[in-house]
Design a binder for this molecule. Structure first.
Ligand SMILES: Nc1ncnc2c1ncn2[C@@H]1O[C@H](COP(=O)(O)OP(=O)(O)OP(=O)(O)O)[C@@H](O)[C@H]1O
Length: 377
């Protein structure tokens, strides 16, 4: 997260009045992190909800901090033709970390972000600015979340899930995060395991085993840890197997969506990466006196186990929520997305304000992210 580490958004405006923002943000409660705690501008949340949030320590005691970044997607060919005056209505001010939307010649709205990434920002830069601090926190034993929010086609999947098989420069946050994690852990003593889920109409489905579509969320009342015991948990030892797993999940997401007669952006895709590290305790040498003779005794300390969880969320788009006239299934779908996104917005506001209470119980999405939020619920 962005919540500690969130990151990028893209803007694919097709007309002056249809600005689409895809922004990631991050929250981080790691006190060692260099991320600054910062309140989200409410207006920014209303206008274009956030995308990624952050990190909470294992004990969940510290409210997470939230960072929000916005990424502008380059215009595609159609938009270049249809939207020749785009620059007149959207102005990025990366050095001031601001985005200005001109309503007309005399009126504009300005939004502040933790990071503003222009259409020229590379995938590498987006990863480094938004996600890397979160990944480092996870390796240190914290929980962190990165989310991408935006309308359909704004570049959420490009930012998070791009595999970069044809051009490695295209690799998205998921792939880069796993590369950094695998480079840091020891395969002998540590473990990295992954679940990949889809949340659609308040029901959780395993993207690695789509027949498994009624997964429940279990919260440990003592530790506050959240688990999804019914979901596949795959140990990752090599980057190639992770990329294969992402590909499988995407294929299942598509198939599942076809079955459900929906579209990808109508569901939230959630990747959970569990990192468990054994850090060698420091051995110490003591001098002891046995039978009048002095001996040096070596005491071996047990390893310290450090657990962190990285959650990467490709949120459902909000574009149909405000549309009136939705009926039947579409209306139910819109209500469900609305419910989870508004519950998420409330949690992010609570985190940004360092509120002691983070209202996670209102939706499955926020319940799933509970142990990344920290604070009392
Ligand atoms: N930064 C970028 N640079 C170049 N192309 C991009 C960028 N961001 C997105 N695109 C392209 O824009 C199109 C839409 O992106 P993408 O599928 O990631 O959007 P999305 O927000 O995930 O959409 P949906 O909600 O429908 O899944 C894709 O063709 C993608 O390759």
């Amino acid at each position: 997260m962005a919540a500690s580490g969130g990151t990028s958004y893209r803007n694919g405006a097709t007309s002056r009045n249809s600005l689409k923002l895809d922004k990631p943000f991050s929250a981080n409660s790691n006190p060692k992190s260099s991320l600054k705690s910062k309140s989200l501008p409410n207006s920014a949340l209303r206008r274009s909800s956030p995308a990624s949030l952050g990190a909470a320590k294992d004990d969940g005691a510290v409210p997470g901090r939230v960072r929000v970044a916005v990424r502008l997607r380059p215009r595609n060919t159609e938009e270049l033709i249809a939207d020749a005056d785009f620059a007149d209505c959207v102005e990025l001010q990366p050095e001031l970390k601001r985005l200005k939307l001109r309503k007309n010649n005399w009126d504009s709205d300005t939004y502040e972000f933790d990071e503003v990434l222009t259409e020229f920002a590379s995938q590498k830069r987006v990863y480094e600015v938004v996600a890397k601090p979160v990944v480092e926190s996870v390796l240190d034993g914290y929980n962190g979340t990165i989310m991408a929010y935006g309308q359909t086609g704004t570049g959420k999947t490009y930012t998070l899930g791009r595999l970069g098989e044809e051009d490695t420069a295209d690799r998205g946050i998921m792939v880069r995060a796993m590369e950094d994690i695998l480079a840091e852990v020891s395969l002998e003593t540590d473990s990295v395991s992954v679940s990949y889920l889809q949340l659609y109409m308040e029901s959780i489905q395993d993207l690695l085993d789509p027949a498994n579509d009624n997964i429940s969320i279990v919260e440990d009342p003592k530790t506050g840890d959240v688990s999804v015991p019914g979901a596949s948990l795959v140990e990752i030892r090599h980057q190639e197997s992770f990329v294969e797993l992402l590909r499988l999940g995407e294929a299942h997401r598509f198939a599942a969506n076809t079955k459900l007669n929906t579209e990808s952006s109508r569901s939230h895709a959630i990747l959970m990466v569990h990192v468990k590290r054994s850090l060698k305790g420091k051995d110490s040498t003591l001098s002891s006196d046995i039978g009048g003779n002095s001996h040096l005794v070596k005491t071996l300390k047990p390893p310290i186990v450090r657990k962190g969880k990285l959650v990467v969320v490709d949120l459902a788009g909000s574009e149909r929520i405000d549309k009136s006239g939705s009926e039947g299934h579409t209306l139910e779908e819109a209500k469900s997305i609305n419910l989870s996104l508004s519950a998420l917005g409330k949690c992010i506001n609570a985190l940004a304000e360092n509120s002691a209470h983070v209202p996670v119980r209102d939706s499955k999405l926020t319940r799933l992210l509970r142990d990344s939020f920290g604070g009392k619920t």
